[in-house]
Design a protein around this ligand. Structure first.
Ligand code: CMP
Length: 139
């Protein structure tokens, strides 16, 4: 089934000029980038986006990392896009990521792991809605 998911190219990747290389991996995997914007995430946006992790010991560091440089927020579309993108990203901790995945290729460590992708269809819709309106998305 064709579906949509939400992606972020994180500060560690934008700082190292990896946006194009990551987009190439995404597109080579058969996912279409149907909306994309480079933004400086505010502290409030980062806190809201990662609210589910607010009780975790790494929450403060996560918010700091995500606001440390620009990010690229994206909507991806394709067959089973949510699960497909999670395969393409690889494990959260790059030490456990499979060969050929974005995190194996580019991530530095678990906190600077180059990309985020939604973990459910419900979260994909909520996350897309935090950063895009329907008019921004041209499928
Ligand atoms: P992401 O998919 O964006 O969702 C939550 C993020 O928290 C995750 O990727 C990691 O970058 C980060 N994270 C998870 N575990 C840790 C940890 N132990 N220390 C620092 N950051 C973490």
């Amino acid at each position: 089934m064709t579906e949509r998911t939400f992606s972020i190219i994180k500060p560690d990747a934008t700082k190292r000029n990896l946006t194009g290389k990551i987009n190439a991996v995404i597109e080579d995997a058969g996912l279409r980038i149907i909306a994309q914007r480079r933004i400086q995430m505010t502290e409030a946006q980062a806190r809201k986006f990662y609210e589910v992790h607010s009780e975790r010991p790494f929450y403060g560091e996560l918010v700091e990392t995500m606001t440390s440089a620009p990010v690229v927020v994206q909507v991806l579309e394709g067959e089973n896009a949510m699960a497909r993108y999670r395969e393409v990203m690889g494990a959260t901790n790059p030490e456990q990521a499979a060969d050929g995945t974005i995190r194996k290729l580019f991530a530095l460590n678990v906190g600077e792991n180059s990309v985020h992708g939604s973990d459910s269809q419900e979260n994909a819709q909520l996350e897309i809605a935090q950063f895009f309106t329907d008019a921004d998305i041209v499928g």
